[in-house]
Write a protein that binds this ligand. Structure first.
Ligand SMILES: C[S@@+](CC[C@H](N)C(=O)[O-])C[C@H]1O[C@@H](n2cnc3c(N)ncnc32)[C@H](O)[C@@H]1O
Length: 230
């Protein structure tokens, strides 16, 4: 397992900032954003094609609603606190590295990955998508949500948090943008087909919009893509 203590420390800080004790928010986010993203991810899952794996799962709550229907849900994370929290939430945890998953080829039906890519440079993003394609069964899906870092709302909040972090002596938190086209082209190179792509919205009645137009550029919350392995 990768022992990246710097990254671990950064995530611990993020969990503390937004309240890891908040059971609705998976430790990292405001609960309203978490609930919206969870609704979007669960709707995209093919529930007849498991097993289900949440990569970089944090506290593992994203797929927790599947447990009540008797599905087997796995979470993978390398952060010790995250793994402990996910275990408490009844997720079968694999402590390990998203870039080198401790899983055999063609074994997982659905992989979800939420709010992870923005801390990874493009080469690592490509590696993660290739690794997911290796682990997915034929007919399986990789569903990714990542921050729409080019939208005004995120540029502003990132600037404010960066300022606060500098002021309080925290190391800068990385933010890679990853436009939709970049992720799509990594996926296609890895042999995955795009099934759905959209921009999610933070507080309007609609959860998602299709085009990367004015609304997405101003208040787009996350980019969302559903990829299928033929
Ligand atoms: C911002 S949190 C998102 C957690 C969760 N997916 C969610 O949406 O609430 C990112 C997570 O990625 C995990 N992580 C970072 N690098 C990782 C790696 N190489 N392998 C596995 N997990 C990793 C961190 O420990 C952290 O739990």
């Amino acid at each position: 397992m990768r022992a990246d203590t710097d990254v671990d420390a950064r995530y611990k800080f993020l969990r503390d900032r937004h309240g890891e004790a908040n059971p609705q928010a998976n430790g990292y986010r405001l609960s309203s954003f978490f609930a919206r993203e969870q609704r979007i991810l669960l709707a995209a899952l093919d529930k007849n094609n498991g097993p289900f794996l949440d990569v970089a799962c944090g506290s593992g709550l994203m797929l927790e609603p599947l447990l009540k229907d008797g599905h087997k849900v796995y979470g993978l994370d390398f952060n010790e606190d995250a793994c402990k929290a996910a275990t408490q939430n009844s997720i079968a945890i694999l402590r390990g590295d998203a870039f080198n998953m401790p899983l055999a080829d063609n074994t997982i039906g659905q992989i979800v990955n939420c709010q992870f890519l923005n801390q990874q440079p493009p080469a690592q993003t490509q590696k993660f998508i290739e690794e997911s394609a290796r682990v997915l069964k034929s007919g399986g899906q990789l569903i990714i949500l990542w921050r729409h870092a080019r939208s005004m709302i995120h540029k502003t909040s990132h600037a404010v948090f960066t300022f606060m972090d500098r002021f309080t002596g925290q190391p800068p938190f990385p933010q890679y943008e990853h436009p939709m086209q970049e992720v799509q082209s990594f996926a296609e190179t890895a042999g995955l087909k795009v099934k759905q792509k959209a921009v999610t919205l933070p507080f309007l009645k609609r959860d998602m919009i299709c085009a990367d137009g004015f609304t997405a550029k101003t208040i787009g919350a996350s980019l969302f893509i559903v990829l299928k392995k033929p």
